[in-house]
Design a protein around this ligand. Structure first.
Ligand SMILES: [Zn+2]
Length: 363
């Protein structure tokens, strides 16, 4: 538990504007105050919470509001819907250039050497850049189309056999992820939903060997780069998203969710800026990278290139690398091929990203 004295110091040192920008909260200036939409009362409309930029106290204009007696830490907790007080204080301390020791008893100012400062500015600029990215357009496919494909799948024994017998999916998986089948193109359909629940793209996996030979097994329609595959399904199923596993493919995410892990697929071997933005908002306590064993590279280099690239991306985006870990697949190509017991062992043996990064760089 971080004590109140340290909490007060963090609040005193933090820059209110920088904090709001970092949290991606919309605000308006009113002299030496800013106003935001109040997160403390239900049905808030308009900018009714006024924050004094220098004094860092706030007041809501609504009579029915419960914000009395709360400080800036409570405000951030409410804005980010986070119940972990210490996590929020550490986040704010980091932003304020203060380092709190492991036990939460002592603080020291982080040395603003030229290098450190440059890194911080880079990070802030990158986060601003991320926050300025907007979603492109609306849903790419209609929900109605997905329903038709889903019905077709349930009626097609051949496609169902492929999914259940060859890929080991259950009927529950097929419902949860609302998989479908396009009988014209002989393709399995994976609808990809945004966090708002819109179908932003579909992945088509052909069951025709000839087509796979010519154009590859998978085709993507729409903007998959704006989604984390399986995230909406995690929300639907009420999974804990404070620990996320990032995998490459849709089948991997489905397989790991089946055995109870909060896995989402990035649908590639690097992150898009929009995906980083989603993760930045979710602020999971731990992100575990679990990429396919790259068959192009040496067999003893499981997913190395992709993971190094992602660790770089997280570092650049200002994520705390202490919260990022790596699972190295040994003896398997894809996460969805691994028997449950073995995957659990590999998960227990996950290593810190920084350790992975350093050891891989030295080799
Ligand atoms: Zn209020």
């Amino acid at each position: 538990m971080i004590n109140k004295k340290i909490e007060r110091e963090v609040i005193r040192k933090i820059d209110t504007i920088e904090l709001m920008e970092d949290l991606d909260i919309c605000f308006k200036y009113f002299g030496n105050e800013i106003r935001i939409v109040c997160p403390f009362h239900v049905g808030a409309d308009g900018y009714n919470l006024s924050i004094n930029i220098n004094k860092k106290v706030f007041k809501c204009f609504s009579n029915s509001c419960e914000q009395n007696g709360y400080n800036l830490v409570d405000l951030v907790m409410r804005l980010k819907r986070c119940n972990e007080r210490d996590t929020v204080i550490r986040y704010m301390a980091n932003l304020a250039g203060i380092s709190i020791d492991y036990l939460g008893r002592n603080v020291k100012e982080v040395n603003n050497t030229k290098k450190g400062l440059a890194f911080k500015e880079n990070t802030l600029q990158y986060i601003r850049e991320l926050n300025s990215i907007k979603e492109k357009g609306n849903a790419y496919f209609k929900e109605r189309q997905a329903r038709t494909w889903h019905k077709e799948l349930l009626q097609c024994r051949y496609a169902m056999n492929y999914l259940t017998k060859e890929r080991g999916l259950t009927e529950g998986d097929i419902e949860d992820f609302y998989l479908g089948f396009d009988s014209n193109g002989k393709e399995i359909i994976f609808p990809v939903y945004s966090t708002e629940g819109k179908i932003k793209s579909v992945i088509k996996r052909t069951l025709s060997e000839e087509k796979a030979e010519i154009g590859g097994k998978y085709r993507v329609f729409g903007t998959k780069s704006e989604c984390l595959y399986g995230l909406k399904e995690l929300f639907n199923k009420g999974f804990d998203i404070s620990k996320l596993i990032l995998v490459e493919g849709a089948f991997d995410a489905i397989a790991l969710q089946r055995i109870g892990f909060s896995a989402v697929a990035v649908l590639g071997d690097s992150l898009t800026k929009y995906q980083i933005k989603i993760l930045n908002r979710l602020l999971p306590k731990e992100i575990v990278l679990c990429l396919d064993c790259d068959s192009v590279v040496k067999a003893d280099d499981p997913g190395k290139e992709g993971m190094l690239r992602m660790i770089n991306q997280f570092s650049k985006a200002g994520f705390d690398l202490d919260n990022i870990r790596v699972i190295q697949l040994t003896g398997f190509q894809d996460p969805d091929e691994i028997p449950e017991a073995e995957f659990r062992q590999m998960y227990e043996r996950r290593i810190p990203a920084l350790y992975f990064y350093l050891t891989q760089q030295i080799r």
